[in-house]
Design a protein around this ligand. Structure first.
Ligand SMILES: Cc1cc2nc3c(=O)[nH]c(=O)nc-3n(C[C@H](O)[C@H](O)[C@H](O)COP(=O)(O)OP(=O)(O)OC[C@H]3O[C@@H](n4cnc5c(N)ncnc54)[C@H](O)[C@@H]3O)c2cc1C
Length: 465
C-alpha cells in the first residue's frame, strides 16, 4: 500500500509530490509530460510558451518550492502594462496617462476616467484587504479576498461603459478567463491590482522557461512519477483509498493511505464519486473559462518595438495580450541577438469563436492583427504553434466564496489541491499542494494514520466590500 497517491502532475500535484517525496508515493499523470497548464519548450536561447509564465517570488509558497527544487526566478524586466489601441502603441509612462494618450472621443475618455478612478480606489482597498496578516493561515486570507466585493459582477460594479472605455478595461479583467459580466467585482479589481503592482505578485520568470520548474520536479520523482496514467476512479476503502487507472492500455488498481486529487474541479468530481455531497456540489459549481494561446518564434536581426516590454494589452483584437517571452534574454545581452519568442492569447469570449477552429484559421486571425500592430510580423515567423485550453482558468464569480468551506474541509483521506481552490493561480496550486502534503505527513506521523476532522478556518459571511 502506498502512503499517498497523487492524481495529476500539474503544479499542484507536483508540489504535493515534492513535499511527500521521502514517503512511499505514486504520482499519476494522464498526459505524456508533467506540468498541466504550465507548458513551455526550449528553442535555442528562447522558449516557446503556451500556459502559465509569471510566478510569485521569494517569501511565497512558490518561492519556497523553487528554493527547495534549486531553481531561481528573476524579476520580469520591462513593462508589464503596455497598451496597443486605436493605432497607438504605449510601452512607457504611467497607466493613468493612457486615457489621454490613446486617441478616443472625449465622452469615452470622461467615462474611462470616472470608471478608472473608481477602480483605482477599489484597488487600494483590495491591497489592504488582501495583504497578509501576521500569523494568519493563507486560507483565512483567501476567504477575505473572495468576500471582497464578492456579491456582484465587475460589469455591474463599474456600470455600463462606452465602446472604447469598455475595450480598455476588458483585456485586463478577462485574463481571469471570465468576462466582466461573469467575474466578481472583487476579482476584477484584483486583476488590476495584479497588473499594476510590479513589486509583488506574479512578476517573476524562470530563465529557460516556466516548464523548467515542473519538468525538474517531475524528473526528480523517478519511478514515483508515472506519465500516460489516466485515473478513472478514486473511492474510499475501510482504512485506505482505492485508485483505478489505465496505463499503456492496461487497467491498474492501487491502494493508498491517502490521496491528493490535484486535477481540475470537473475531473475531480467525475473520478471521485464518494466525496461528500456538498463537496461534489461545490466542485460542480466552479466555473472555468477557455483560453486559446499561440507561440511564435521569430528570426529578426534588428531591434523591435516590443524589445522593452513584457506584456502589451491589445484591445479590439483576436487576442488580448501580446507577450514578449524573450525580454528576459534581451535584458542579459550586450548586443541584440537574433529572433524573439512571442506569445499571444485569447481568453473568455475571445476564445469561444476560435477554440473549435483549425490551427491554420486561428493563426490567420492572429497574423491579421499582429501584422496590423507590428507591420511585417508574420514574415519574421519561423515557427508557430497553437494550444487550446478548454478549462483555461477557474474564474471567481459572485458568491464563489460560499463554496470555500466545503472545498477546503479536511476530514477525509482524499485531499483536494489545485488552482481552482483560490485566486492566486500558480501560487494557489503550490499552496494547496503543500497543504495537502502537510496534512498527509502529519497523519502518517500518527500511528494508524487517521485524519481528524478539521473545519477549514473561515470568515464565511464576513463582507469586506
Ligand atoms: C494561457 C494561460 C496563461 C496563464 N498564465 C499564468 C501566469 O502567468 N501566472 C500564473 O500564476 N498562472 C497562470 N496561468 C494559470 C496556471 O497555469 C495554473 O493556475 C496552474 O498551472 C494550475 O496548476 P494545477 O496543478 O492546479 O492544474 P493543472 O495544471 O491543470 O494540472 C492538472 C493535471 O491533472 C492531469 N489530469 C487530468 N485528468 C487526469 C486523470 N484522470 N488522471 C491523471 N491525471 C489527470 C492533467 O493532465 C494536468 O497535468 C495561466 C493559465 C493559462 C491557460
Amino acid at each position: 500500500m502506498y502512503d499517498a497517491v497523487i492524481v495529476g502532475g500539474g503544479l499542484a500535484g507536483l508540489s504535493a509530490a515534492h513535499r511527500l517525496r521521502h514517503r512511499n508515493i505514486l504520482l499519476l499523470e494522464k498526459d505524456d509530460r508533467f506540468g498541466g497548464r504550465i507548458r513551455s519548450e526550449r528553442r535555442g536561447p528562447y522558449w516557446l510558451n503556451w500556459g502559465g509564465h509569471v510566478y510569485n517570488g521569494p517569501g511565497t509558497a512558490t518561492g519556497d518550492l523553487m528554493a527547495a527544487v534549486g531553481i531561481e526566478s528573476t524579476p520580469v524586466p520591462g513593462s508589464l502594462a503596455g497598451l496597443a489601441m486605436n493605432g497607438r502603441l504605449l510601452t512607457k509612462g504611467r497607466v493613468e496617462t493612457y486615457p489621454f494618450r490613446v486617441p478616443m472621443s472625449w465622452s469615452d475618455r470622461a467615462a474611462l476616467l470616472k470608471a478608472g478612478a473608481k477602480v483605482r480606489l477599489a484597488v487600494l482597498k483590495y491591497a489592504k484587504v488582501s495583504a497578509p496578516r501576521d500569523g494568519e493561515d493563507y486560507r483565512v486570507r483567501q476567504q477575505r479576498i473572495y468576500d471582497f466585493l464578492g456579491d456582484r459582477t465587475f460589469a455591474e460594479y463599474v456600470g455600463e461603459l462606452p465602446h472604447d472605455a469598455d475595450a480598455l478595461f476588458r483585456p485586463t479583467v478577462s485574463r481571469s478567463a471570465g468576462d466582466p459580466e461573469q467575474v466578481s467585482a472583487g476579482a476584477g479589481v484584483g486583476y488590476f491590482h495584479l497588473v499594476w503592482n510590479k513589486t509583488g505578485g506574479l512578476t517573476r520568470n524562470i530563465v529557460g522557461g516556466p516548464s523548467t520548474l515542473t519538468e525538474t520536479i517531475g524528473a526528480g520523482l523517478g519511478d514515483a512519477g508515472r506519465l500516460g496514467a489516466e485515473v478513472h476512479e478514486v473511492v474510499h476503502g475501510k482504512d485506505h483509498v482505492v485508485v483505478r487507472y489505465r496505463h499503456l492500455g492496461v487497467e491498474h488498481e492501487v491502494k493508498a493511505r491517502h490521496v491528493v486529487l490535484a486535477t481540475t474541479a470537473p475531473v475531480t468530481a467525475r473520478i471521485a464519486p464518494d466525496l461528500d455531497d456538498d463537496v461534489r456540489d461545490a466542485l460542480g459549481r466552479i466555473e472555468y473559462g477557455p483560453y486559446v494561446a499561440a507561440a511564435f518564434l521569430t528570426n529578426e536581426t534588428g531591434r523591435q518595438v516590443w524589445d522593452d516590454s513584457y506584456a502589451i494589452a491589445t484591445p479590439k483584437r483576436a487576442f488580448n495580450v501580446f507577450f514578449n517571452m524573450s525580454n528576459i534574454v534581451r535584458a542579459a545581452e550586450q548586443t541584440r541577438g537574433q529572433g524573439s519568442s512571442i506569445m499571444a492569447f485569447s481568453p473568455a469570449r475571445l476564445a469561444r469563436p476560435l477554440i473549435e477552429q483549425s490551427d491554420a484559421k486561428i493563426l490567420d486571425a492572429y497574423y491579421r492583427d499582429l501584422d496590423d500592430l507590428f507591420p511585417g510580423f508574420s514574415g519574421l515567423v519561423e515557427e508557430a504553434h497553437v494550444q487550446r485550453w478548454h478549462h483555461g482558468l477557474a474564474y471567481c464569480f459572485p458568491g464563489r466564496g460560499r463554496l470555500q468551506a466545503a472545498l477546503t474541509r479536511r476530514n477525509s483521506r482524499i485531499r483536494l489541491a489545485g488552482d481552482y481552490l483560490g485566486t492566486w493561480y500558480t501560487e494557489t496550486a503550490v499552496q494547496t499542494g503543500f497543504a495537502a502534503a502537510q496534512d498527509i505527513l502529519s497523519a502518517l506521523a500518527v500511528p494508524g494514520g487517521r485524519l481528524q476532522a478539521v473545519e477549514a478556518p473561515s470568515l464565511i459571511g464576513a463582507n469586506h466590500g
